[in-house]
Structure formats: structure tokens, C-alpha cells
Design a binder for this molecule. Structure first.
Ligand SMILES: [Zn+2]
Length: 378
């Protein structure tokens, strides 16, 4: 029994659960999606609009904020909440993932990870203690431990060594934890090896974190492995703690993961795709740049109630995109985030009303599985 997470209802046909996560800045109804606010902003979306579209919690990137403008500066200006004027819950990642995906010249040792900034080439050392100190200065409601995210095709010997190190790092993170109202989540690694995932869960569970994240998935391993390793790991995690599937975010993947018992999600897909002109609708994905929309007076998605769909035509959105107007990114991001938040709302409703066994009605999702996401590059 924990005070910060209550399961309100469990679905009888699947592993899906309806829950409430309590943080220092308010409650989050789960399953929930967290828009990614990389540099202290969800790209092209005002905090006011995030609130309005039903966003409950944001994700902030420690790596980016540490390098620029610096965690101490953010602390002095009211923490991340005050700095970016978002008074709801914030989860910060540990920066590990960005070090492994963005930074140059990184060397990993037991001490931590040394790397060169992708901004100016300066050298930095992130240790488990340091990432906790940074997240404390940022003042997030949920902090993540430092972990190493290994490539999906890494050799077993490397994955084992790395997973053991991730556990030792997690232990060190807990030891320096000082901020009482900040929840700390452990991260389960172990690559594509079930026995390593299992070992990692038992070690992390012994450390007793406030929640558990599953990392190292959605990194190119393919849908079959994502689902099998994801649901295998979810089942091992303690029932009474929130479960966060890191970085996995195609709508159909989220729905599968909710079924497998995950509660929290984050991904850049809705905002990044929006800026690339790829939009999620109840009829499937749509690329706004296509010539067929040149004179199309219809809204993007007639079934969507967002500000964008209530006011603008496909023809106008296509024009904005082709003209490179800033408003294109704004309206498209607003719509895609609205779509994601409605999707989560539908998942919560289905669990609440025990409708999941009849199949959650997810127009544009279930029929869209074979479609590939072609616009996911930066
Ligand atoms: Zn819309």
C-alpha cells in the first residue's frame, strides 16, 4: 500500500488499470500521456493550451536543461514549474537517454558517464548523485534514476554488465535522495533478454522505488519484441506502484501497453510529427502537405473538438505548412496532443466502464496498425 498511487479499478479482461498518482503539484489520472517539454517548453504549445486540452503532467529533459540554461539558474527562478509557468506535475528524466543518443565522445564507467555537450563540445560528467542533484534543483515532482539505455541489438554480455551497473547507479541515486516531496522512479533495463529483465526487476524492487519505469524499448527492436518484452516486464512489476513505459508512443503501442498494465507514457511523436505535417485523425494518419488538400474546406478531423479543428480548414493548414508559417507548428501540435489526450481519456473510460472486453473503440488506431510512421525523423 502506498500513499501516492491508488488503483481505482482493474479491467477484468486485460491487465489494464485505472489509477491516480498523487504528486506535490496535483494528481494524475492514469493511464496518462506526458507531452515532452525538452527545453522547458512543449514545442510550439502554450502551457495554457496544454491545460485546456487536458494535459495533466509534463516531461522535462534533465540533459538539455542542465546544459542550457543550467539547473541552478532554473532553481533560482522558481524551479522548472516557476521558470516555465506550469503549475501541474512534472517528471524529469535523468539525462541518461540523451547522453547516449545525442552527446559525442561518451565514456561509461562505474563512476558515471562522461560526455561532450552537443552544443559546445564542453566535457561533463553525469553521475547518479549528480543527476539527483540536478533534478532536485529543477524541482520536478518525479525524478528518474540514471540508467544506461543499451541498443536493442547489443550482445548479451554487454547488456548484463550494463544492467548490473544500472542497478548499482539506482542504489546510489536513492542514497542521496533528499527532497521529500519528490517521487523517485527506478528504471528496468535488460535489453531483449527476459532473464535480465527479471533479474533487474527483482533488484530494483528490493530497493523500493515510488514507481518503476521500463526503458530500452521502442528503440528499433520491432513491434513483436516491444510487445513481448514490454508485457513480460510489466507483469513482474509490483502491482501497487505506477508503471511507466519510457519513450514508446505510437497510439497503437500505447493502447497495447495500457492493456499490458502500464500507466504512464511519453513520446515526441505527437509534437514532432505535427511539425512535420503528419496528423493523427479518427480516420488514420494524414499528411497535410498532400496536393489533395489544396482546396479542401473540411476540418482536419470532423470528429475532433480541438481549437484547430473547430476553426480551420485543411486547405488553410496545408497553406500554412507549405509557407513555413510558425502557426502551422502551433495548430498541428495542438491537434495531435488533443488527439493523444482524448485517446488516453478513452482508455480510462473503457477501464472505468468495464468496456475493454468488447474492444475499445479506437477509430484510426486499430485499423492503422500496418501503416508505418514515415515522418518520425527530427
Ligand atoms: Zn483537432
Amino acid at each position: 500500500m502506498t500513499l501516492h498511487f491508488n488503483i481505482l479499478k482493474k479491467d477484468s479482461a486485460t491487465k489494464a488499470r485505472l489509477g491516480r498518482l498523487i504528486t506535490a503539484h496535483g494528481a494524475v489520472e492514469t493511464p496518462a500521456f506526458m507531452p515532452v517539454g525538452t527545453q522547458g517548453t512543449v514545442k510550439a504549445v502554450l502551457p495554457r493550451d496544454l491545460k485546456e486540452l487536458g494535459c495533466q503532467i509534463l516531461l522535462g529533459n534533465t540533459y538539455h536543461l542542465y546544459l542550457r540554461p543550467g539547473a541552478e539558474l532554473v532553481r533560482k527562478l522558481g524551479g522548472l514549474h516557476g521558470f516555465m509557468a506550469w503549475d501541474g506535475p512534472i517528471l524529469t528524466d535523468s539525462g541518461g537517454y540523451q547522453v547516449f543518443s545525442l552527446a559525442a565522445m561518451r565514456t561509461v564507467s562505474d563512476e558515471g558517464v562522461r560526455f561532450q555537450s552537443h552544443l559546445d563540445g564542453s566535457t561533463h560528467l553525469l553521475t547518479p548523485e549528480k543527476v539527483m542533484e540536478i533534478q532536485e534543483a529543477l524541482g520536478s515532482d518525479i525524478a528518474m534514476v540514471l540508467d544506461e539505455c543499451v541498443p536493442h541489438d547489443a550482445q548479451r554480455t554487454y547488456v548484463q554488465m550494463s544492467t548490473e551497473r544500472t542497478v548499482r547507479w539506482a542504489e546510489r541515486c536513492l542514497r542521496v535522495r533528499r527532497k521529500e516531496d519528490q517521487l523517485v522512479f527506478g528504471i528496468i533495463q535488460g535489453g531483449m533478454f527476459e532473464e535480465l529483465r527479471q533479474w533487474c526487476v527483482s533488484e530494483m524492487q528490493a530497493l523500493s522505488f515510488d514507481g518503476y519505469a521500463v526503458g530500452g524499448l521502442g528503440v528499433g527492436e520491432g513491434e513483436a519484441l516491444l510487445q513481448s518484452i514490454g508485457s513480460f516486464t510489466a507483469e513482474l512489476l509490483p502491482e501497487d506502484r505506477p508503471r511507466y513505459l519510457m519513450g514508446v508512443g505510437r497510439p497503437e503501442d500505447i493502447v497495447s501497453a495500457v492493456r499490458a498494465g502500464f500507466d504512464l507514457f511519453d513520446c515526441v511523436i505527437p509534437t514532432r510529427n505535427a511539425r512535420n505535417g503528419t496528423l493523427f485523425t479518427s480516420q488514420g494518419k494524414l499528411s497535410i502537405k498532400r496536393a489533395e488538400f489544396t482546396g479542401d474546406p473540411r476540418p482536419l478531423d470532423p470528429d475532433c473538438g480541438c481549437y484547430c479543428c473547430r476553426n480551420f480548414s485543411r486547405a488553410y493548414l496545408r497553406h500554412l505548412y507549405l509557407a513555413g508559417e510558425i502557426l502551422s507548428a502551433q495548430l498541428n501540435s495542438l491537434h495531435n496532443l488533443y488527439f493523444y489526450h482524448r485517446l488516453m481519456e478513452r482508455c480510462r473510460e473503457a477501464i472505468r466502464e468495464g468496456r475493454w472486453e468488447d474492444g475499445v473503440s479506437l477509430p484510426g488506431i486499430e485499423g492503422d496498425r500496418k501503416d508505418t510512421f514515415i515522418q518520425e525523423e527530427s
